[in-house]
Design a binder for this molecule. Structure first.
Ligand SMILES: [Ca+2]
Length: 502
């Protein structure tokens, strides 16, 4: 019997936000997955932003290979996706929630469906039944909390549910919500996109069960990505004063590349990093967030995660009710991490700390993937494609850069990778960096720059001491640099096998 695949992702969830490992947060359903499956404590994104990382999930390639190198770009429809492999083998495929494979603006040359104004043409989405990047059925939205990008299937659903005034809960120009409102979102929970994703995912499960179909189904949640906004009671679930807030160590950026220190200034001039009309994520002042604001942000961020957890629970319950649990591989993860005060930084950008690159990552496959185990084997989101296909007994028709982790997930192999690589690029030549991470060291290089980062994750797990210019680490740096260059060569894709002597 072929296994089913249920991929559940959040957006921008810090690795240490599962209750089973962090007593300050309550996530009973994720804890259940941890109990019933294997949690990986060294899983990484290939890029700490949405489009590049999400495109890596469905292509098994790095952003420098699949071409969607930054947000604001588009994954080419020519790229092969794992959904196409699943479809070829008779699987039903669907994506519910956030795609973000395409940008918010469309041009003649680079057409985007996730763009204005088609994003909000509800009749178009009502009739939409094209295959989208290997997903036969998609039900999409594009807004994080109250953002004006609300539309597509989520808006249709709110109307179907009788929420005629849905525009009241979103900011202008789409809606009329006051932009200055933070933390408590007036939208009733029943109209929030979490129940929408939960309900529609369960509806797909019902249908697949009824028809006896194998499936590759992606439930793609939007939270806890900022803005920090969640309906009651979740906004007040956590007492801000009861949380351990991340610390900034004064002076910690002294040995870091210049953009780190600049974030701590009140009015930094980042203009030298900009070579297109589009800005660099995170390249602005991060200073001036009060202790009180940091606490409240964190409390609401945790509330957003706990709310997602409730709807993850509903999906897991439905698997149980339909008798699908035993034969379904469930993977829970996120597209990248989040900074909420660590190193004096907020949100994301070219700051390759573990907070941003490392992910929560749990796999459940009863009887096949050991239950209640924590594995230290390194994982990357580029590995998801090859691994899921392997577990389904499907050979991809196209080569991928990711590694087959199926033996590691099953516990029959200790590890298949001794490093991961994370890429980040916001401009054609500037803000172009890559990070190599192995068991102990993390090295970050910047295109055409003499500066960089070397952290010893064993002796300096909080990444406070950059060893890049440290004379005592000169040989170590040269060694790690060599390994990084090898890793770059090793991740190259062979588009076809060599089939002849000449
Ligand atoms: Ca994201």
């Amino acid at each position: 019997m072929k296994p089913n695949i249920l991929l559940i992702t959040t957006d921008q969830q810090h690795w240490n936000t599962i209750g089973a490992f962090n007593q300050e947060i309550h996530t009973p359903n994720l804890d259940r997955l941890v109990r019933e499956g294997t949690a990986f404590d060294r899983a990484y994104c290939p890029n700490p932003t949405c489009t590049p990382s999400r495109a890596s999930i469905i292509t098994g390639k790095y952003p420098s290979q699949h071409g969607a190198w930054s947000i604001g770009t588009k994954l080419s429809e020519e790229e092969h996706t794992i959904g196409e492999d699943f479809m070829r083998e008779g699987y039903k495929t669907a994506l519910i929630g956030k795609a973000h494979f395409q940008p918010l603006q469309s041009t003649e040359e680079h057409r985007s469906l996730e763009a204005y104004p088609i994003l909000q043409n509800l009749d178009f989405w009502k009739a939409f039944n094209d295959v989208f990047y290997g997903f036969e059925e998609v039900e999409l939205a594009r807004n994080h909390t109250n953002e004006a990008h609300v539309g597509q299937h989520y808006a249709l659903w709110m109307e179907e549910k009788g929420c005629a005034n849905w525009r009241d809960f979103f900011v202008p120009p789409t809606g009329n919500m006051d932009r200055s409102k933070r933390y408590k979102w007036a939208i009733p929970e029943k109209y929030h996109y979490n129940p929408w994703i939960g309900e529609r995912t369960c509806a797909k499960l019902n249908k697949y069960h009824e028809n006896g179909d194998n499936f590759f189904l992606w439930a793609s949640f939007f939270d806890p990505h900022p803005p920090y906004l969640v309906p009651e009671p979740w906004d007040e679930m956590y007492d801000p004063d009861g949380l351990t807030v991340p610390k900034y160590v004064p002076g910690e950026h002294k040995k870091n590349p210049p953009h780190f220190q600049m974030t701590q200034e009140t009015n930094p001039d980042f203009s030298m990093y900009k070579e297109t009309p589009y800005g660099n994520i995170g390249f602005h002042s991060h200073a001036g967030v009060s202790e009180q604001a940091k606490r409240k942000n964190m409390a609401v961020y945790y509330g957003m995660i706990s709310m997602v957890d409730k709807y993850v629970g509903k999906i897991l319950d439905r698997l149980d009710e339909l008798g699908l649990t035993e034969n379904t591989i469930v993977v829970f993860t996120t597209d990248h991490g989040h900074l909420f005060g660590q190193h004096g930084l907020h949100d994301k950008g070219g700051f390759h700390y573990e907070d941003l690159l490392k992910l929560p990552f749990v796999v459940r496959f009863p009887g096949i993937v050991p239950a209640g185990r924590v594995s230290h084997a390194m994982q990357s989101l580029v590995d998801l494609g090859p691994t899921l296909l392997q577990l389904a007994g499907i050979r991809s028709s196209h080569p991928m850069a990711g590694k087959d982790q199926s033996g590691v997930w099953k516990g029959t192999e200790k590890q298949v990778r001794d490093h991961v690589i994370c890429e980040y690029r916001n401009q054609p030549t500037k803000v172009h960096q890559k990070t190599y991470i192995d068991e102990r060291y993390k090295l970050t290089v910047y295109y055409n720059q003499g500066y960089g980062e070397l952290f010893d994750l064993c002796n300096d797990p909080h990444e406070l001491c950059n060893l890049w210019d440290d004379e005592d680490y000169k040989d170590t740096k040269a060694n790690v640099m060599m390994k990084y260059v090898w890793a770059e060569l090793g991740k190259e894709i062979l588009p076809m096998p060599r089939i002849a002597g000449a």
